[in-house]
Ligand binder design. Structure first.
Ligand code: FES
Length: 197
């Protein structure tokens, strides 16, 4: 019986569609392709693992920034500054007596993240409100620390991304953010210098 010319070699060995004989070459080619694909995946896995590990170890510049000293002597009552701490925005605010009083009038048990202003500041320095400038919803930088910026209806900070509103103790009062603005570790080195971290 006549054979299909495209499916056999002249000596009668069957040929697959890739043109390789089924006697071994085709199998070897398929094996090579599979091995090559696995090897490429292995290299890719290694390539992604190395940056991940190196990201987990603090780099020299991060270690160098693990604490930050800020001179607060020029911040008048009612003013705030934005600084950077560990590559994130930090707000340092000198609350007015009225802002301190407004924070103290709030029924803490009604708050989503119940904290008093005193718990969020250092003893005898309730006017110095030091927080991260990172919204606890999805990480936007709230408005309110810059000159003329909107402070929101509770007089603290307003996040323009999805409308979270913080009060004069930077406690969450409205909107989707679950927590108050974070208070970092800090100490007063003197009346005018704060060491963050
Ligand atoms: S990130 Fe601030 S409200 Fe969504």
């Amino acid at each position: 019986m006549a054979q299909d010319a495209g499916l056999a070699t002249p000596d009668g060995a069957p040929v697959n569609q890739a043109g390789a004989t089924e006697t071994g070459e085709g199998v070897r080619r398929r094996d090579f392709i599979n091995i090559a694909a696995v090897a490429a995946a292995g290299v890719g896995g290694l390539a992604t693992l190395v940056p991940l590990i190196s990201q987990m170890a603090p780099s020299a510049d991060v270690l160098a920034e693990s604490s930050t000293e800020v001179d607060i002597s020029a911040i008048k009552p009612g003013q705030a500054i934005k600084a950077m701490y560990r590559k994130q925005p930090l707000f340092i605010r000198n609350l007015t007596a009225a802002e301190v009083a407004a924070a103290g009038k709030v029924d803490v048990s009604s708050l989503r993240d119940p904290q008093t202003l005193e718990q969020r500041t250092k003893e005898g320095k309730a006017n110095w409100l030091i927080t991260m400038g990172v919204c606890t919803h999805l990480g936007c930088v709230p408005l309110g620390a810059g000159e003329g910026e909107v402070k929101g209806e509770f007089g603290g900070y307003f996040c323009p991304c999805h409308g979270s509103v913080y009060d004069t103790a930077a406690r969450i009062r409205k909107g989707p953010a679950p927590k108050n603005l974070e208070v970092p570790e800090y100490v007063f080195n003197s009346d005018t210098v704060v060491k963050i971290g």
